[in-house]
Write a protein that binds this ligand. Structure first.
Ligand code: MRU
Length: 354
């Protein structure tokens, strides 16, 4: 069974503390928006889709507990608290899009004179709870589209070797995963020879989380250090790279975990297809290209220490950007729940939806 990063029942939310993995499996309660902001900011829950869902669910827990006298208070609470949650981490766009959708939906209930304040709260809860199921279904579709795309040019009796970076698996979503969902789907179809995952310094999402998921689900996996990617591509045939995304700009430029960009360059050099697997809620159609994507910088302690052990010379200055932007021209395709798109064709999705 896939690992469960988020446990939710009406009025009760717990998240698997990912800072403790793989050594300790401990769920922490999230009793409201203040807790929600903290677990996102401290990266106890991380990964763009999981951040959005936990943020919204932390509000749901609060709404379910409180009682409200009027609809305008509910509207104010939703707007203020969602805008606050968006500030917990700046790069992943999913929570910003979720906040916009939720505020729009709330306004609709506010303006509808046929519903009471209680009905308004219940409708908001239902809307938020719907995100859980949608994310899981979207991930399964991403997995299927991604596997089909990769296998398109592979002889039927051959197996594939996939490289991924960071963690875009069950732990970063409500389940199944995006990039890891593609790997999972290939494995389920018995077409995966091996998944390679990078360590993903400095936070080690690859070594701690992706490796943990691969072992947990008996998917054949091999861990490499971040500086082994070129050697891996030169010495073993890698069929494709598949990574997740924190924000895809309208032209296809993609922000993802630091180190993604250099892997994309290496993939181009070695003629390995490079895919981004992400739900539509990771696409920021308001941002024309990747230059304006805000890049979070994390504390230097994440680089200088491993747990409490200092591993870097005391006194050295550090630069710790958590994400980088891979230019669209290095990306072979963006795998979404509705299909696989060339980066340059993303803009057609906006015009066709208008
Ligand atoms: O800093 P993190 O661990 O939140 O970064 C996560 C990533 O970069 C993932 O690849 C991305 O959010 C996609 S998760 C499906």
């Amino acid at each position: 069974m896939a690992l469960e990063a988020i446990k939710y029942k009406k009025g009760k939310l717990e998240i698997l503390d990912q800072t403790l993995l793989p050594a300790i499996t401990r769920y922490v309660p999230v009793q409201g928006v203040e807790d929600g902001w903290k677990v996102i900011n401290k990266m106890q829950v991380r990964g763009a889709p999981a951040i959005a869902i936990v943020g919204c669910l932390s509000l749901a827990v609060e709404l379910a507990r409180e009682s409200y006298l009027d609809k305008s208070t509910v509207r104010r609470e939703v707007e203020g608290k969602m805008n606050y949650l968006v500030s917990a981490r700046p790069t992943a766009v999913n929570i910003k899009i979720a906040a916009e959708d939720l505020i729009k939906e709330t306004n609709k209930y506010y303006k509808n004179d046929d519903i009471s304040v209680d009905e308004m709260v219940q409708s908001i809860l239902k809307f938020i709870e719907g995100m859980l199921e949608k994310d899981l279904n979207d991930n399964k579709c991403i997995g299927k589209f991604g596997a089909d795309e990769i296998l398109k040019n592979i002889p039927e009796d051959s197996l594939v070797r996939i490289l991924t970076h960071c963690n875009a698996g069950s732990l970063a979503t409500t389940g199944y995963g995006t990039a890891l969902g593609v790997i999972r789907s290939l494995h389920n179809q018995r077409r995966l020879e091996r998944a390679y995952c990078t360590e993903t310094r400095p936070y080690n999402q690859g070594a701690r989380l992706t490796a943990f998921e691969l072992v947990h689900e008996s998917i054949p996996g091999t861990l490499i250090c971040d500086d082994m990617v070129a050697a891996l591509m030169k010495s073993r045939t890698i069929s494709a790279v598949v990574v997740g995304a924190d924000r895809v700009a309208a032209n296809g430029d993609t922000a993802n975990k630091i180190g993604t960009y250099q892997i994309a360059i290496l993939a181009k050099y070695h003629d390995v297809p490079f895919y981004v697997a992400a739900p539509m809620t990771s696409i920021d159609f308001d941002m024309s290209n990747g230059d304006s994507i805000p890049i979070e910088e994390r504390p230097e302690r994440e680089m200088t220490h491993l747990n409490d052990q200092r591993i870097a010379a005391a006194g050295i200055q550090c630069w710790n950007p958590a994400f980088d932007v891979t230019p669209a021209h290095l990306i072979s395709g963006i795998i979404t729940e509705t299909g696989v798109f060339k980066p340059e064709s993303l803009k057609d999705l906006v015009s066709s939806s208008n």
